[in-house]
Design a protein around this ligand. Sequence first.
Ligand code: AMP
Length: 420
Amino acid sequence: MQNKVKGTYDILPSEIKKWHFLENKIREITKKYNYEEIRTPVFEYSPVFHRDGELSDMVTKETYNFLDKGNRELTLKPEGTAGVIRSYVENKLYATNDLYKVYYISNMYRYERPQKGRYREFRQFGLEAIGSKNALIDAEVIKLSSEFIESLGLKEVSVLINSIGDDESRKKYQKALVNYLIPYIDELSDDSKRRINTNPLRILDSKDKNDQKIIKDAPKPIDYLSKESRNYLEEVLNYLKIFNVNYELDNKLVRGLDYYSEVVFEVKANIKNFGAQNILGGGGRYENLVSELGGPKTSAIGIAFGMERLLLALEYEEIVFEDEDYLDSYIITFDKKFNNYAATILNQLRNNNYLVDLDYNNRSFKAQLRRALNKNSKTLIIIGEDEYNNNQVTLKNTKSEEQVTIPIKDLLNHLKEELK
Ligand code: AMP
C-alpha cells in the first residue's frame, strides 16, 4: 500500500459538502463585488516567487523547488498573488488602464511542519485588485472580506488594520526600529536576530515571548508615516465607517510577506477555543510587485484566506451545512434477471434529465433501500416479479411512504407529479 504524502490529505466525497458550501459563498460574494475568477498554473519559474528582497520564511525556506527534465527551475506556488501578477504583466493587462479585479481558489504548497489545520498542500481563496491606488478599493476589499466571513455564519467579525506606510516612511521607521532593537540584540530570538538585517519589520510579528516583551515599547510604524501615508490610512478608515465595518487599529500588524506597503489588515472572528487561529485571512496593499515582475509601477491590493482554517472555524462553531445531494429516484430490483428491465428504465429517466441511480451489486433489498435513503433519493422505483411480468413498476415516495404500482408507460408522468 502507498500512503499519501506527508502533509497532504484526501477530500473524500463524504467531506465535499462543506467545500461546496464554502466555494458557493465565495462565488456569491465575489460576484456581488464584481471580481472575476482567474486560474493560474500550479507551478511557475522559480524567480516568480524567489525575487530579490523577498526574504519571508515562506519563500526562502518553505517552497517546493525542483528542476524539470529541461533543467528549468520551477516552484510550486506557496501563495496566489505572485502568479496572478506574473499573468497580469505577461498579458499586458496594465495597458487597459482599468482596475483589474480577480479572485482565485487554488491549492498552495509549503514545506511546513504539518499540524492541525496546517498542511503541505492546502487551499486558499484570495483576491487582488490591480491597477489603481484609491482608498475606496482598500475599503472595498476589507468590506468584502468581513461580509464574506459573516456570510459563513461566523460571529463578531472584525478587522485589524495598520499602515506600514510608503517606501519612504518604511525606511525611516525601519531605521528607528533597528536603533531601538540593537541594545537588545543578544536577548532576541535567533529568528529576530537574523531579521534585524534582512527585514526588521517582521520582528514585530514575532511569536517569541521574550521578543514580545522587547517589542512592547518599540517605536510604532504609525508614528513614522509620511503625510501622504497618514492621509491614505485616514481615508481608508473613513470609507470603512461608511461601509459599517467593525475595525481596530493594530500598531504591531505587519503581515508575513515582504512586498506589502501602506495598509495591511487581518480579518478575525470570535471562535470558541480557537486561540490565535481566529485570524482567518490577511492582506494588504503592495506597490512594487508588478514592477518587480517586469511590469510598470502599479499599485495593487490583495487578501487571502486559508480555506482549511475557515472550515475548521465552522466546525468549532458547529455550523451545519445543508445537504445539497439528492437523487430523484433509486431503482431497486429483486433479482439479477430484472437487470435489463432496470437498465432500460434507468436510461429512459436519465434521457429525460432525472437524477437516477441503482445498485450495481444486486445486494439485498434492505441494502439497496439503505443506499437509496443515504443518497437522499426522493422516490424509489421497485421492480419485483409481478412488476416485471406485467410491464409495471412500483413507485414509492420516500417521504410520504405512499406507493403505487403503475404501467411502465405512465412512469414519467407519475414521477413528474411525485417530484413537484
Ligand atoms: P499567508 O499567505 O501566510 O498570509 O496565509 C494566509 C492564510 O492561509 C492563513 O491565514 C492560513 O489560514 C492559511 N495557511 C497558510 N499556510 C497554511 C498551511 N500550511 N496549511 C493550511 N493553511 C495555511
